[in-house]
Design a protein around this ligand. Sequence first.
Ligand code: COA
Length: 260
Amino acid sequence: MNFENLIYEVDDQLAIITINRPKKLNALNKETIQELHDAFAEADSDPNIGVIILTGSGEKAFVAGADISEFSDFEEEQGALLARKGQKLLFDFIENLSTPVVAAINGFALGGGLELAMAAHIRIASDNARMGLPETSLGLIPGYGGTQRLPQLVGKGRAFEMIMTASMINADQALQYGLVNHVTMQEELMSHAEKLAAKILDNSGVAIATAITAVNAGFKAGVNGYDVEIEGFGASFGTEDFKEGTSAFLEKRKAEFPGK
Ligand code: COA
């Protein structure tokens, strides 16, 4: 696929999506949000792809936020529409994708950039990364899920501090907070993400998709996550991956999951 603001690469079972507006520190304008949706949809619908890595181009930024120049003259309704459309098209879409998404945070992840990383299933940061939700310094609140996903990941008190002070935390602090799973040197970020992807690719993609649904269910209002888990657990027994996984274990060989 050809994109204006993204680089989309496929390496065997891995898709790598790189946001490519380095002069604007990869800020998310409307076109980039639509292209990201299209790229994630493409990767998710490709039965050969088992993991997606999302990163930013250049050495300075993952994503420095939503593109401020696009909404500086907005009024209330336009603001609500921007958030609603963006959440549906990209942030909720990524979180609920069947294919696991790893965010490789290679620099600034601010505002919509941190919200994008938080919508991914797993986050790894380079040691120069800086993360924050600076919206209150612009007279706004986070609008792409930040008020919900940040407390889920780091706890309410730390989330309130980050939102109220609008200040950035460094990679080590993000690791201590549990906002990222690993920190690496910048030059090793992609190889680290690829090693993690390879470990995921050893396992059943069908079971992983079911696990994503069950984990996410626990964070949805009015949904009983335990019930969703029971249903998904039961459904797993009807898959070819289950038959292959258990046979391989009993036959003391590595499983070759058919992905069905
Ligand atoms: N929206 C639009 N443009 C942005 C942007 C954003 N969120 N973040 C950076 N840019 C642009 C800058 O305007 C600048 O463009 P220009 O060269 O045409 O003037 C370019 O990217 C480089 O940014 P600059 O500010 O010169 O880099 P810096 O190293 O001095 O500072 C940051 C880096 C990340 C601290 C700073 O760019 C920043 O604070 N960005 C906004 C972060 C933010 O508030 N995000 C939340 C939005 S809701």
